[in-house]
Design a protein around this ligand. Sequence first.
Ligand SMILES: Cc1ncc(COP(=O)(O)O)c(C=O)c1O
Length: 501
Amino acid sequence: MKGNNKAAIKSNIATSDFSQKASRHDLNHDDSIPLNSFFKDTFEDETKLLEIEGKVCSYGDTVHYAKNPKFFTKSLGSYLYDSKEKPYLDLQMWHSVANLGYANKRVNDAVKDQIDKLPQVPSQFLHYEKVKLAQAIAESVEGRFGLKGRVHFNVGGAQAIEDALKLVRRNTGKQHMFAFEGGYHGRTIGASAITSSYRYREPFGEFADRADFIPYPYSFRCPIGSTDENACEDYYVNFFERKFEHEYAGVWNPKTNKCEFGAFFLEPVQGTGGYIVPPKNYFKRIEKICREHGILIVVDEIHMGFYRTGKLWSIEHFGIKPDIIVFGKALTNGLNPLSGFWAREELITPEIFGPGSTHSTYSSNSIGTAAGLEVMKIFSEKDYSKIVLEKGDYFLKLLKRLQLKYPEIGHVGGLGLALRVELCELDGFTPNRKLAEDIFRFGLDDQIKIDGKEVGLILALGGYYKNVLTLAPSLEITYKEMDLAHDILDILITKAKTKPI
Ligand SMILES: Cc1ncc(COP(=O)(O)O)c(C=O)c1O
């Protein structure tokens, strides 16, 4: 028995040795075959690719808001192109990221140069483009608002919002913030807490530091039933003012004059909320209340910054001084993720916000800073304020022409090249989400022909009722392209009215 046992053990060892070797060999062997064929795949069959996507990609991003997500294979100027070379005129430019047009040669070349020169540098060291870009941003703020400050970089918009939240907490010791109904600041945990939509928070448990959401001045839907700008401004300012009338409004202690809230996070023109422009003096009056109660003002320029509204910083239209400005998106024209914030010197001295206060490995990456520096250079060379305001004026006139033709267009408006078309029922007021969605889908999927050539239209939907076309065309859009946009919209609205999906 014993002898047999020994023999069995020996043979087991031999077998397992052999099987280990064999399995190692098999592993290499098995890996190489599928990998080779995997990388030989030409990716031309979009139906097959979509099938794979359905199995291997998370549905947690925004792709599957669409029933039939689209593939694009080329981007240039104001257009995206599909694999059949069909052009789609883009009126949203990646939600105001590619402000200088897709494949902008100047920004692309800056990135190519950087790839040849300093493609990577660990973020614990310095490089020229980081320092110069911070200087360009700091000087842009000093020149416009007369304020000295510093810049801190990160990678995405929401991360920069998180950093701004940390800076507010560091300076005020407070974790509660004011923000706006309809405001959007991103989808990380901290940014979700100050983003009004409960839809983004509901599946993810308790948000103890959820902001107090103040109604944003939306004159078209002002609850007093008037669209008079002054009356609406008064209504909305009073709403915030009332919070400080007595202690029972729940935000302020009159005995200590202390407020429970550290900062007011605001978008000067609401982005995702539907490109709503506030009445002229609204923010000045809000600023006064904030200053009286020690509440910092954090301006989120992630969507509307970089000349989208005809000013480098959209808050310039409203005559107030920010404590913190958060930026992202268009800074690199979409080439490499880079975001950040600027803060007033008193809030961000090295003593207050010392080394390691916040950090991300890719922050101030050299390719992003090279792209950002070129973008700032381009903005300094031409009068983008004039260009954008003139183009915005022209585009708005075309939209008003459509409004005259279609009673379903309840409101058109905007600032610079951040424009809105609000779709309603025939009464011109009741929100009509279905009509907006049909126009959106026809733009992507229908066979629209202009002068015998097929062309698509890329739109974005926003607003509290998702019934607003939020238009953010390239700042380099031509007048001919704006005319084309008008003509396509005209066809799409007629079609959506008469042949809804
Ligand atoms: C105003 C505003 N803030 C913050 C964000 C979040 O930026 P990101 O998507 O880069 O995280 C967005 C994105 O759309 C935005 O529009």
